[in-house]
Design a protein around this ligand. Structure first.
Ligand code: C5P
Length: 324
């Protein structure tokens, strides 16, 4: 029998550098264009695999997350055990740090970490295509966490393309305290109400959008770190196509949202946006000092996290495997 294994991973959070909603599709989902970026803030996922006997999954959670079937990491383990015919006991321990209903993809990232671990256990059966299929079955934004780094998301978010790493921006995240989370389905319903005509099956030139993103939008995020701009505070000048279409709806929920936005801007963030459907907003900073100052100021009233971009290779170093 193969040895028992202990696998550990950092399940990084993501922010959306932009999120464009094109239309409501016939299947009820929405056609999106977005750029996911993984950041240092992470949950910790641990998996003990005891080979032999029937497949069984157990989940233990430290921190705030749903239990059992309601937990996406648990569902990921069940799905992968089934798909790869893993025989044995999978015991998962989650240590939560990523807040829920924040738009940071915590549940999806935990699930993707479990899929990456299961792929390690399954070996060749876990082709990249199979992993992406399982990710898409679990949720719309699980797939970007199989790639990590900067990732273009199309379709309902599950069609993913790895983009070159961006410079190491510092990230200040903030959201209102207590009960401020936003539920994604509700945010999409609110978008539907304000865009009643947008359900047609339009044609989208994906490859043209992809090229324009690479050529126009991503260089804007490189600017403060390159050439003579290094260290200076330069605001990205290209905004088209990279705003977050949930922003207007979420800002109408509470005056705290526009207040947080203003404070991040006043703190001289080079870019400020909502992530996903909220409730967290982020500011990007080229330098440590204004980032720390802005975080300290926001902390008086709001929940705040200081983080930074995590590129693809660092993301994948976050998974370790040991024989027990
Ligand atoms: O796929 P996931 O389970 O993450 O999606 C949760 C809900 O968010 C869906 O049931 C749907 O209402 C909404 N959604 C959507 N369009 C997307 C992604 C999610 O309408 N692209």
């Amino acid at each position: 029998m193969p040895p028992a294994l202990n696998l550990r991973a950092r399940a990084h959070a993501k922010i959306n550098l932009g999120l464009k909603i094109l239309r409501r599709r016939r299947d009820g989902f929405h056609e999106l264009r977005t750029v996911f970026q993984t950041i240092a803030l992470a949950d910790r996922v641990e998996l003990d695999f005891q080979p032999g006997g029937r497949a069984a999954v157990a989940l233990e959670v430290a921190g705030e997350a749903p239990a059992g079937e309601d937990n996406l990491a648990y569902r990921a383990a069940r799905l992968a055990a089934d798909a790869y015919r893993l025989r044995g006991r999978l015991a998962i321990r989650l240590t939560k740090r990523i807040p829920q209903r924040a738009g940071l993809g915590g549940g999806s990232s935990d699930a993707a970490a479990v899929l990456r671990m299961a792929a390690h256990l399954a070996g060749r059966a876990a082709t990249p295509r199979r992993q992406l299929e399982l990710a898409a079955e679990l949720g719309s934004d699980v797939a970007p966490f199989l790639l990590g780094g900067t990732v273009l998301g199309l379709g309902r978010g599950e069609e993913v393309y790895g983009l070159p790493d961006l410079p190491p921006w510092r990230v200040v995240l903030a959201m209102p305290r207590d009960g401020a989370g936003v539920a994604t389905p509700e945010a999409f319903r609110a978008w539907d109400r304000s865009h009643p005509g947008l359900t047609a099956a339009g044609e989208f030139a994906t490859i043209m959008e992809f090229c324009s993103l690479l050529e126009q939008v991503l260089p804007a995020f490189r600017a403060p770190h390159s050439g003579r701009n290094r260290g200076r505070l330069v605001r990205p000048t290209v905004h088209a196509g990279i705003e977050n279409d949930f922003q207007a709806g979420v800002f109408s929920l509470s005056p705290d949202f526009p207040r947080i936005h203003r404070q991040l801007r006043q703190g001289q963030a080079a870019w400020v946006s909502l992530t996903g459907s909220g409730a967290a907003q982020f500011g990007l900073f080229a330098r440590a000092e204004p980032a720390l100052r802005t975080a300290a100021r926001l902390q008086r009233r709001y929940q705040v996290w200081s983080s930074r971009f995590v590129g693809r290779s660092e993301f994948h170093r976050g998974l370790t495997v040991e024989t027990k």
